[in-house]
Write a protein that binds this ligand. Structure first.
Ligand code: HEC
Ligand code: HEC
Ligand code: HEC
Length: 157
C-alpha cells in the first residue's frame, strides 16, 4: 500500500470515529440495520442457490446424458417425496450444508474458467466408475433417511 492510500484509509477511519462519538445512538442503529440487511441477503442467496431450478442453469439436460441430473431427478421417486439435491449432495446438518455451499463455488468457477470438455468429463466420471460415485455421494447420506425407523415412519404415513 502506498503512502497516499494509507492516508486516505486513516482519514476514513477518523471520520467514522468522529461520527460514532458524535452520534452514538444513530451509529448503533446503522450497524444493526447493516448487519440485518447483510444477513438477509446472504440467507436468501443461499436458499435460492440450493433449489433444483438453480442447479438446472448449468445442469440443463432434458434427456439421457451427462447434463441431465435435474431432469432425471424430476423422474425419480425422491423428487415427489420432497428429497432435493442437497439432501444427497451435502452431509446432514448445518455444517455439512455450508460445506457443500462453499465447495459449490468451484462449480461456478469451473463453469466460467474451464472448458465444456472438462465439464462433460467431470460429469461422466461416475458412469464407469462406481468407486467415484461412492465417494461423491457416500451411502451414509442415504442411510440418514433409509433406516428402519425412518422407513417405518414413511410406510405408515
Ligand atoms: C454456474 C454453473 C453451475 C451451477 C449453478 C451448478 N453447477 Fe454443478 N457443476 C458445474 C460444473 C462446471 C461442474 C463440473 C466441474 C466441477 O465442479 O467439478 C459441476 C459438477 C457438479 C457435480 C459433480 C462434482 C464432481 O466432483 O464430480 C455435482 C454433484 C454438482 N455439480 C451438483 C450441483 C448441484 C446440486 C447444484 C445446485 C445446488 C449445482 N451443481 C449447480 C456447474 C454448475
Ligand atoms: C437420492 C439421492 C440424490 C438426489 C436427491 C440427487 N442426487 Fe445427484 N447423485 C446421487 C448419486 C448417488 C450420484 C453418484 C452416482 C451417479 O452419478 O449416478 C449423483 C451424481 C450427481 C452428479 C454427478 C454426475 C457424475 O457423473 O459425476 C451431479 C452433477 C448431480 N448428481 C446433480 C444433482 C442435482 C442437480 C440434483 C437435484 C436436482 C441431484 N443430483 C439430486 C444422488 C442424488
Ligand atoms: C432426505 C431423505 C432421503 C435421502 C437422503 C435418500 N432417500 Fe431414498 N427415499 C426417501 C423417501 C422419502 C422415499 C420415498 C418413499 C416412498 O414414498 O415410498 C425414498 C425412496 C427411495 C427408493 C425407492 C423405494 C421404493 O419403495 O420405491 C430407493 C431405491 C431409494 N430411496 C434409494 C436411495 C438412495 C440410494 C439414496 C442415497 C444415494 C437415498 N435414497 C437417499 C428419502 C431419502
Amino acid at each position: 500500500m502506498n503512502h497516499r492510500e494509507n492516508c486516505l484509509i486513516k482519514k476514513i477511519i477518523g471520520r467514522i470515529r468522529d461520527f460514532t462519538r458524535n452520534r452514538p445512538k444513530l451509529s448503533i442503529v446503522l450497524v444493526i440495520t447493516f448487519v440485518a440487511i447483510f444477513t438477509f441477503i446472504n440467507v436468501e442467496a443461499i436458499y435460492h442457490t440450493s433449489k433444483p431450478n438453480f442447479c438446472a442453469l448449468c445442469h440443463p439436460g432434458t434427456g439421457p446424458g451427462p447434463l441431465s441430473q435435474v431432469y432425471t431427478w424430476r423422474q425419480n421417486v425422491h423428487a415427489g417425496a420432497g428429497v432435493s439435491c442437497l439432501d444427497c449432495h451435502a452431509d446432514p446438518g448445518f455444517f455439512g450444508y455450508m460445506q457443500a455451499k462453499v465447495l459449490g463455488l468451484y462449480d461456478v468457477y469451473a463453469e466460467i474458467f474451464k472448458t465444456e470438455e472438462y465439464k462433460l468429463a467431470v460429469l461422466s466420471r461416475s458412469i464407469n466408475n462406481p468407486s467415484y460415485s461412492a465417494k461423491l455421494v457416500p451411502s451414509t447420506r442415504c442411510l440418514f433417511c433409509h433406516t428402519d425407523s425412518v422407513n417405518q415412519q414413511i410406510r405408515t404415513t
